[in-house]
Design a binder for this molecule. Structure first.
Ligand SMILES: [Zn+2]
Length: 928
């Protein structure tokens, strides 16, 4: 804008010049350079204005396009919300309506945004029509005009200046004349300047005022945008409030469905395991598997085949096994000392029979490894499994009975057994996911246990837990305290990981307490976690759902579910609204079959505010447990601090109820509880104490499997003292190929001729490498004369040792197979074979299967009353530990000849050298 003062000065100057007659000393000429300067300045500022306006226009335009996009986006959003809504509304009316309503709101907001576009584009178009409105010309034209004016003024000033200089030169001659023309041009200049100022003033002033006016309008449109938008959103408010309530209801319903589904899932899984167990356990087994058939008794001994996992080969060793007093011993023979002793309390047996393949296998899991056994037949297997379970149960009962009444400890072994059991449970607990770190601060290897929460803590955090009080956490040391099994029930089912899934659900890892934290920091964190429960995620929207959640967690024996309702402060003590008898959560849990939910009962017992709460009929939880003979449950309640002296409405104590039911175990327990002898409740009998086989997913890692290769055939000591005829028949499972071969695929006719058609088809399934060996073998068998087997082939001892020297398992089986062909076969073996139609099946079976487990049984030499002596034809070096090395001409006493191509025996002169050997390396001597 032109400085108003300059305009005023100009007006004043020109006036004074016009009145020159009165003010004689005024000289307009001297002011001219000043005006020249002013005009230049105006030009410059006009230039700058131009630049600024252009930029402003640019940004206005980009704003306009952004807002246009924004409003289009809003419309699209509304469109899709609409679609989602109309799709949902038929199935979920509330949700569908919500989508449609939000679509409506969005559309209105989009319309509002469109108006905002208008006000912005108004602003952007301002400079174009600002002048048009004021002077009917656009700004560019005005600028050109002004420029022209400036040029004209410049020229006039120049002219005027030069004329004035001339005038000064000729001052004396023609003063008068020139003065007149001088005055004319000066007036002309002044007129031009005046015009110029008028134009500039008009243009600039008008433009700016208009612009500011537009800004004012813009402000108003913004205000109305926000006001209308706000009003629109405000109008939506009541709906939103209603919707929020509805959402809670819907969420509650969904939660309910979810809990039903998870419950169903758990039930299905449970019934699946039951089904599996009842499938595998033939008559006499209870649903829960490991309850043995009592008719088989508590003791058993005899031979079993035990699988050795050592090395690549899976070998089966015959072992003498005995079960007595809860221990199972494994030895090489009935009279040899046991090599392995298993405390059955810490073990679990699993039936893994394969009925089709007639494999009567079972496994024993212990904390240090797994052993696979094989019984002779089905009935043997059933007996072994039952006796394992029976003996285990017997030992457990004895041990517990004896440990609580220390005076009667006669058998120290049983108290040791409990110690071993406790250690094994602790071992198991430490392996659970998350238990390698403190539950609160992630310190490594926590050794303190919160018995009511089932979590492991470091020493610092456990200190804070103690300060919280026993109503929050009951702390025991895993290393210093004498931990008893009843304290481990929860730790075994909860563990740090599952616990923090609930208690730290909303905690981001970086906010977690760290192991180097100071005590005050720990205190703050632990109080926030356990008392304020600040890191949890609430899942239940109302008290009603919370109670339902508790109920269904109890019904499903779902400890995580129970933890969630616990953390949301479910009232475990108060009566459940769904039952008219006034039962609470604990009563409800005990009313169910609690053999599967002892941990649930334990959690409720340890975390209820009033464990002695009475139902309508006056029964406490203890009454219910006594009425249904649930001794383990009684122990947990006593440990939880229930008052045993409370009587119900019929004036009966729990003890009275137990007496009326004549359950001796419960009577004894309740009597000792009433006498304050709580040590009787220390040990809990749970069916699957020990390791939880098959539940690997809950562990951080699987314990290193110890190979119970107790009993590789190193047993010189044993051989020295035992009768030589004792049969040890280690079996090499890699021989399975030859078993299969013999029993199914490979036949010889009565002349001992091999059916090549079949053997060839078998060849095809073998690695090509070995076909040469087989071909070689086949060519041998072609020879009808048996004696020539030896003559023709075995004389080639170097060749044989080549074959023998292969050490990889494939080579081994192929070799042995080929050796089989070379064997001067005992015709009986073939004659006894009946059909060959099983070939395709057998050939496709995995290498670990064999057709008949009786193949694994020892030879029947003793029964037949003969002894076989053989002479070595060649030197033979053992490839494996269970094989026998010998020199040519050494005499071997055969202990087993049940396998056609590998026999068992020992060297006649050195009975410490014992093992398997290939039949083709020896020559039979006359039987004695
Ligand atoms: Zn800690």
């Amino acid at each position: 804008m032109v400085d108003r003062a300059i305009i005023h000065k100009f007006i004043d100057d020109v006036r004074r010049d016009l009145d020159k007659t009165t003010v004689s000393d005024f000289d307009f000429d001297s002011k001219l350079p000043g005006y020249r300067y002013v005009v230049g300045g105006i030009e410059e500022s006009l230039e700058l204005d131009q630049i600024n306006l252009q930029k402003l226009k640019k940004y206005c335009k980009s704003l306009v396009s952004n807002i246009t996009d924004y409003s289009a986006g809003q419309l699209q959003l509304a469109d899709y919300l609409d679609k989602l809504g109309s799709q949902t509304i038929s199935k979920e009316a509330e949700m569908g309506a919500a989508f449609i309503n939000f679509a409506k709101l969005q559309k209105e907001l989009a319309a509002l945004s469109k108006r905002l576009v208008h006000s912005h584009s108004n602003l952007a178009s301002l400079q174009n029509d600002g002048h048009a409105k004021s002077g009917g010309k656009n700004s560019k034209l005005v600028r050109t005009e002004l420029k022209k004016a400036v040029e004209a003024i410049e020229k006039l000033i120049k002219d005027y200046d030069s004329k004035r200089n001339e005038r000064r030169k000729l001052d004396s001659d023609r003063q008068h004349e020139s003065a007149e023309s001088d005055s004319d041009s000066k007036r002309h200049l002044q007129v031009q300047l005046c015009d110029y100022f008028i134009k500039v003033n008009d243009a600039k002033l008008k433009q700016r005022i208009e612009f500011v006016q537009r800004l004012v309008d813009y402000y108003h449109s913004q205000v109305s945008y926000f006001q209308e938008g706000f009003a629109m959103l405000e109008g939506f408010k009541p709906y939103i409030q209603e919707l929020t309530k509805e959402l809670a209801t819907v969420k509650g319903k969904q939660d309910e469905i979810r809990s039903h589904l998870t419950g169903l899932n758990a039930t299905l899984k449970q019934s699946k395991t039951c089904l599996e167990q009842s499938n595998t356990n033939v008559s006499g087994y209870s649903l829960h598997g490991y309850r043995g058939d009592k008719t088989f008794g508590y003791e058993k001994s005899g031979y079993l085949y035990k699988k050795s996992e050592k090395g690549i080969r899976k070998t089966w060793h015959k072992r003498y096994c005995a079960i007595k007093n809860g221990y199972m011993t494994i030895s090489t023979a009935a009279t040899s000392p046991p090599k392995t002793t298993l405390n059955l309390l810490t073990c679990q047996a699993k039936d893994c029979r394969d009925q089709d393949a007639k494999k009567w296998n079972f496994m024993i899991f212990s904390s240090s490894g797994t052993i696979t056994f094989q019984a002779e037949d089905e009935s043997e297997l059933n007996q072994w499994i039952s006796v394992v379970a029976n003996s285990r149960e017997q030992a457990l009962n004895q041990a517990f009975d004896k440990t609580y009444n220390s005076e009667t400890i006669i058998d120290k072994r049983s108290s040791n057994a409990v110690k071993e059991l406790t250690d094994s449970i602790l071992f198991d607990i430490k392996l659970r996911k998350g238990n390698n770190l403190c539950c609160d601060c992630n310190s490594k290897d926590p050794t303190w246990l919160s018995t009511n929460l089932g979590i492991l803590l470091c020493i610092e955090c456990s200190g804070i837990h103690r300060q919280l009080g026993v109503q929050y956490s009951r702390i025991r040391s895993l290393t210093l305290d004498n931990i008893v099994t009843s304290e481990l029930l929860l730790a075994r089912t909860i563990g740090n990981y599952s616990f923090n899934e609930v208690f730290e659900a909303s905690l981001s890892p970086e906010d977690k307490l760290q192991s180097p934290s100071q005590m005050d920091e720990r205190q703050k964190f632990i109080e926030a976690k356990y008392i304020a429960k600040r890191f949890i995620l609430r899942k239940y929207t109302s008290e009603e759902y919370l109670i339902k959640g508790t109920e269904s967690a109890i019904e499903m024996s779902n400890i995580e579910g129970l933890l969630q309702t616990f953390v949301e402060d479910a009232n475990f003590t108060g009566p459940l609204p769904n039952y008219s008898d006034g039962r609470n959560a604990l009563h409800h849990a005990i009313n169910r079959d609690c053999s599967l939910s002892l941990h649930i009962i334990d959690f409720l017992a340890k975390n209820s505010k009033d464990i002695s709460y009475q139902m309508m009929n006056g029964d406490t939880a203890l009454h219910i447990a006594a009425r249904s003979d649930q001794s383990e449950c009684i122990k947990l309640l006593a440990k939880g601090g229930i008052n045993p002296n409370i009587t119900n409405n019929k004036k009966e104590t729990a003890l009275d109820l137990a007496k009326s039911r004549s359950c001796n175990k419960c009577v004894d327990l309740l009597e000792s509880i009433m006498n304050n002898q709580l040590s009787s409740c220390d040990q809990i009998h749970v069916e699957d104490w020990g390791i939880m086989a098959g539940e690997e997913s809950i562990y951080v890692h699987i314990p290193a499997q110890e190979d119970f290769s107790d009993d590789e055939l190193d047993d010189a000591r044993y051989l020295e003292t035992k009768q030589k005829s004792e049969c040890i028949a280690p079996k090499d499972i890699s021989l399975d190929l030859s078993y299969r071969y013999r029993s199914g695929s490979h036949r010889s006719d009565h002349s001992g001729r091999v059916d090549h058609r079949r053997s060839l088809s078998f060849d095809e399934s073998l690695d090509k490498k070995h076909t040469t060996v087989n071909r070689y073998a086949n060519s041998i068998v072609d020879n009808n004369k048996r004696s020539s087997y030896y003559d023709g082939i075995l004389s080639d001892s170097s060749r044989m040792s080549n074959i023998r020297s292969h050490s990889n398992p494939y080579h081994n089986s192929a070799n042995r197979q080929s050796l089989y062909f070379m064997k001067p076969a005992d015709d009986n073996i073939y004659e006894n074979e009946t059909s060959s139609n099983t070939l395709p099946n057998l050939a496709s079976q995995s290498g670990e299967k064999y057709s008949n487990p009786s193949d694994l049984l020892p030879g029947t030499l003793a029964r037949k009353g003969r002894q076989i002596r053989v002479k070595a034809l060649y030197d033979c070096e053992a490839d494996n530990e269970d094989e026998l090395s010998f020199q040519e001409n050494e005499i071997i006493i055969v202990t087993s000849d049940s396998d056609p191509d590998w026999w068992c025996g020992y060297i006649e002169d050195d009975c410490t050298r014992i093992g398997m050997f290939p039949v083709v390396f020896v020559e039979k001597l006359q039987s004695i």
